[in-house]
Ligand binder design. Sequence first.
Ligand code: HSE
Length: 439
Amino acid sequence: MSSALSTADGKTVRVALLGCGTVGSEVARLLTEQADELAARAGAPVELAGIAVRRPDKHPELPQHLLTNDAAGLVESDVDVIVELIGGIEPVRGWLLTALRKGKSVVTANKALLSEHTAELSEAADSAGADLYFEAAVAGAIPLLRPLRESLAGDRITKVMGIVNGTTNFILSAMDSTGAGYAETLDEASRLGYAEADPTADVDGYDAASKAAILASLAFHSRVTALDVHREGISGVTAPDIAAAKALGRTVKLLAICERVTADDGTESVSARVHPVMIPRGHPLAGVGGAFNAVFVEADAAGELMFYGQGAGGAPTASAVLGDLVAVARNRVLGGRGPRESAHAALPVRPMGQTPTRYHVSLDVADKPGVLAQVAQVFADHGVSIAAVRQRDRLATASLVIVTHLAPDAALEATVAAIGKMDVVREVVSVMRVEGEDG
Ligand code: HSE
C-alpha cells in the first residue's frame, strides 16, 4: 500500500516504535501527551500504532494493547513510519530495509547501524520515495545533522570538530579539575552512573567514531564509514598529560575531527578521526564540561559555528527523535519526502599517517650543552618544523616542551619514536596532538 497517498488523503500517520528503553519511553510519553500539538504541526494526527519490546510483561506502564514482542510483524503491519530505538546492527538492519523498501519512512538513533550501512539504507529509501532521518544518532538533543544537511547545503564545509561523547568528556573534565589519573576517575564516573558498566564503546572511542563517520559523510557529501575513522580512546591519557596541558594554558578533550584536506595538487580528501587532543583553554570547546556535547563547524561562507547541548539522556534524545518524526509526518501529509543527505562529492578518505596534524611533546632530558640541538635535529630529520620550545630546569634534568607546526601524522609519530630512543632523553612525559590554534 502507498502510505504517502493514504496520508495525503487525510489519514492518520501511524507510527511503530521499536524499542522502549530510556529514549523510547520518552518518545511514547511525548507522543501521547502532546498528540494534539504534534498533529497540528504535522498536518495530520500522529498515532502510536504499536510498540515492539523484548518482554511486554516488563512494561506495565505502557498501553498493553500496543505492545508486541514481534518487531518484524509490527514493521510489516499497517504503519507509515518506523521509529527505531533498539540499536545494534542485526536484526535491525533487515527490519529497516524491509520498511524502507515498502515506502515506510524511518526515524532512527542507531549510530552503529548508520555508520556502517547508510549507503544501503539510503538507496532503499530513495528507490521507494521514503524518508530516512537520524538527528538523534549524533549529539542527542543538539540540532546538528539537519543544519549540516539543509542549512549549510549552499556552503562549503571545511571542518567539523566536536565533543560527541559525554562519558569521556565527563572523565576528562574530572581529570582536569582534580588532577587524578584515568583509572580512578573512570571508577568514580561509574560509581556516579556517568559511565556504563562496560564503558568500552565510550572510552575506546567507538561511539565517537560512529558519530564522526555520520558527520563526515554529511558535511563532505561523501560516504565515510566507522571503519574509515582513525580511532584512539582516552585510556592512555595520563595525569602528566593533563598537567602538561594545563602548564601551557590548554586542556585535553576527546574530539571527533572531520576535515576537508586539500593536497598540493589541489585534490581533496576527507580526514575523519577520533583521538584525545590538547586545545587552548580559550577555545569554545574547552569550556564544555561534564557530560555535555558541543560541535564546532567551519564553513567557507558561514565562518565558525558552534552547536552545544545535551548529547544523551531520555528526554533530550527524544526531542531529536520527535523533531524527525514531525518532519517525516509532514512530508507524508504533503505526499512526498524531505531533503536527504547526498554523497555526490565521493571524496576519498585520507589515511591517518598522511593527515596533517600538530604534536605537543613533553620530555625530561639531560641538562647539558647540545641536548636541545640534538632533539631539534631529530624533528628536522623527519621533516617536522618546530613551532615553539619551552625549557624548565630541574636538578640534573631539564623539562623540554615542544609544539610542532603541521606535519603528516606518520612523520610526527616517527619523530616521537626516535626521540624516545635517544640517550639524552630520560623520559617522554607526554605526547598529544594539538588542535584549535593556527599551525
Ligand atoms: N554513550 C554516549 C555518550 C551517549 O557517553 O555520550 C550515546 O551516544
